[in-house]
Design a protein around this ligand. Structure first.
Ligand SMILES: Nc1nc2c(c(=O)[nH]1)N[C@H]1C(S)=C(S)[C@@H](COP(=O)(O)O)O[C@H]1N2
Ligand SMILES: [Mo]
Length: 370
């Protein structure tokens, strides 16, 4: 057998170095590589209350770890009275809860920012609603006995890699009070099936209401700590920063957003929509991690119509909305805008920040009516 040879034809250097900060330039090869690995939810899947397996978005920083359930253990330790080591069967034998939860990546909307922070270049569809089954974290924390002086609980995944020169495991923390909220799950099933490898098999955290980074996948360790956790994804990444030197505010709960099922049919390359003239029902979903969505309006060339909201399938899941549009021939711009019970609404202009998180600017969908 001849030895494989690496030649100039097979390996080409990247055309230029990755820009260090936001860019006004075209998409880089690194962004293309990330977006091919981490897919979004095709917007036509907004038709489902529960996103079918395989259509939910994915965000994986490093590699998907391959874990065999038989050899896997969850360690619960640190400042606890009774450290635990549990098998998947131990966790499955505990009280279980099934909850529809809308997850959204904090970077959703990033590629619509100008200048564009160079990272996973989401457009608007890094969202999905899973029906998650697991055991409430609070029960296990009570069993382990979190020490009085513990301030946070740290969750560590089995995946490992480099970020800006730091070598690390993916890990995030929650304050003890937040971790004890009853809806926080250690989930082993999604839509009635064991977790798929890419969604965190065999066990992941689900933190309803928070942007996706909090819901640590491939969990291996849960630790009570007496000092605030300073891990990269907690202390350095996931902050709303105005520039590289601004420490910023941590990213937590999901800001309100409404999206529509793209009306009519698309052009293959541009995705531009064509709709038949006449009564056209526009529908979509709206969610917020801060308070229930109370209102959605559909914008037609800057004129706003009130949409009808269906009941939400759960406290932490998106709501369907719909509205009838009398479509007249010509070129139109449709948009939709959600407002939640805390009074927060979506901005009409970009929500710019250094790493491109929390950009919930309203969606704009150009449509040709004929
Ligand atoms: N261990 C681990 N957990 C993780 C991540 C990761 O890369 N590693 N990505 C986080 C981010 S940023 C998001 S948005 C969600 C995505 O979850 P999903 O891929 O199941 O949709 O997982 C979170 N949990
Ligand atoms: Mo994310």
């Amino acid at each position: 057998m001849s030895e494989a040879r690496v030649t100039d034809e097979t390996v080409k250097p990247a055309p230029k170095a990755l820009p260090r900060g936001p860019t006004e330039g075209p998409l880089t090869p690194e962004e293309l590589q990330l977006s091919a690995r981490n897919h979004s939810m095709p917007l036509e899947a907004l038709r489902y209350d529960i996103t079918p397996l395989g259509l939910h978005y994915l965000l994986i920083h490093f590699d998907i770890p391959m874990i065999e359930a038989a050899h896997w253990r969850l360690a619960i330790g640190g400042h606890v009275a009774r450290p635990l080591e549990l098998t998947l069967n131990d966790i499955r034998a505990r009280p279980s809860v099934t909850l529809p939860v809308t997850l959204e990546c904090a970077g959703n909307g990033r590629s619509r920012l100008f200048p564009r922070p160079v990272s996973q270049p989401w457009v608007t569809e890094a969202v999905g609603t899973g029906l998650w089954t697991g055991t409430p974290l609070a029960g296990l924390l009570a069993e382990a006995g979190v020490a009085e002086n513990a301030v946070e609980i740290v969750f560590t995944g089995a995946d490992h890699g480099l970020e800006k020169g730091h070598e690390l495991d993916y890990a995030r923390s929650l304050s003890v009070a937040e971790a004890e909220r009853p809806e926080i799950l250690l989930a082993y099933a999604m839509n009635g099936q064991p977790l798929l490898p890419q969604h965190g098999f065999p066990l992941r955290l689900i933190v309803p209401g928070w942007y996706g980074m909090a819901s640590v996948k491939w969990l291996t360790r849960i630790e009570a700590v007496t000092e605030p956790f300073k891990g990269y994804y907690q202390a350095s990444n996931y902050h709303y920063r105005s520039g590289p030197d601004d420490p910023g505010e941590p990213v937590r709960r999901i800001r309100p957003r409404a999206l529509m099922v793209p009306p009519g049919f698309p052009d293959f390359l541009t995705r531009k929509r064509t709709v038949a003239a006449g009564s056209c029902r526009i529908e979509g979903r709206a969610w917020s991690g801060q308070a229930p969505v109370e209102r959605v309006v559909l914008g037609i060339d800057g004129r706003w119509l009130e949409a009808v909201l269906d009941p939400a399938p759960g406290l932490f899941a998106w709501r369907r909305w719909s509205c009838v549009w009398e479509a007249e021939p010509g070129e139109h711009m449709l948009s939709c805008r959600a407002t939640d019970a805390s009074g927060q609404s979506q901005p009409l202009e970009q929500n710019w920040n250094w790493i491109g998180v929390g950009n919930n600017m309203v969606q704009a969908v150009p449509v040709t009516v004929r």
